[in-house]
Design a protein around this ligand. Structure first.
Ligand SMILES: [Fe+2]
Ligand SMILES: [Fe+2]
Length: 286
């Protein structure tokens, strides 16, 4: 079975339209957008994301987005992401998304369930008895025979105390749900792709630093030993693959798939209950 994995697409709204409605957290973020050049870097993001979704469709691949669909969790950014993903985003058999820290950027966006409003239909689980924290972890059982695979979605994104702190945590409840899923006989013989926003390891195979990393990365990796498993993540805007070992899963970091100059995504193959590898692609220019 084939999967297209992209991440950190950061669809960015119009921040000059109603600045008084942005809230203080986004005022801090505005500096990043303007002085930091972030706005410019993601100007073509909707077009690039639509091209990636189109490529997934024409390859017959299941499309996975590992969080940071938005810049700062504005309503118009969520609707823009949904629109750019096209028809696939209407169908849980064709598309999986999890939230990133930018999608939970303000307490208000979480309180009003903005991510769920646009993508809640994609969080339905085929085995809901294993959900432990809201919809998470959810699982989707896809393909059959040689192609049988399972995609599991975790939420590591938490509202930061202050902008700039962007570490994540899966938490004990979701880890217990994940352990139960991995042990469930209905997953036997399936390759298992676990989608989470924060990176368990950096490109240099180290733990990411305390203010940016995944706090319980080691506990997560320990549940997923060997090439049957892969963790698909984003958050670090670099694209890399660390192959599985006997004690650790494959790790695919999709980087920022729509950031000008470093656009790209993974095509990941599973076969015979294993993750057999991945290939980097550059999205076609729309
Ligand atoms: Fe990001
Ligand atoms: Fe992130």
């Amino acid at each position: 079975m084939r999967f297209v994995h992209c991440s950190d697409v950061h669809i960015t709204g119009n921040y000059s339209r109603a600045p008084h409605k942005l809230g203080w957290r986004r005022w801090v973020a505005m500096l990043e957008l303007s002085v930091g050049g972030r706005g410019r870097a993601f100007r073509a993001a909707p077009r690039t994301l639509a091209a990636i979704a189109g490529a997934a469709g024409s390859e017959g691949a299941h499309l996975i987005v590992s969080g940071d669909l938005t810049a700062y969790a504005l309503e118009e950014e969520f609707s823009g992401a949904r629109e750019a993903l096209g028809a696939a985003a209407g169908d849980p058999r064709r598309c999986t998304v999890v939230p990133g820290n930018h999608d939970t950027f303000t307490p208000g966006s979480v309180r009003t369930g903005r991510f769920q409003k646009h993508f809640g239909h994609l969080l339905a689980s085929d085995l809901p008895e294993h959900c432990r924290e809201g919809a998470f972890p959810f699982v989707r059982l896809l393909g059959e025979g040689e192609d049988a695979a399972a995609v599991i979605g975790l939420c590591s994104a938490r509202v930061p105390f202050v902008p700039g702190l962007s570490f994540g945590r899966v938490g004990e409840a979701q880890l217990a749900g994940l352990a139960a899923l991995v042990a469930d006989p209905r997953l036997a013989g399936r390759a298992v792709l676990v989608v989470v926003h924060h990176a368990p390891l950096t490109r240099a195979q180290r733990a990411d630093h305390r203010h940016h990393g995944l706090a319980d990365a080691q506990a997560l990796l320990a549940l997923l030993p060997g090439p049957r498993f892969a963790v698909l993540h984003g958050h670090i805007h670099q694209r890399y693959h660390h192959a599985a070992t006997a004690t650790r899963p494959h790790l695919f970091g999709a980087g920022s798939s729509t950031q000008a100059g470093i656009e790209g995504y993974w095509v990941i193959e599973t076969r015979g209950g294993q993750v057999v590898g991945g290939e980097q692609r550059v999205p076609p220019r729309g």
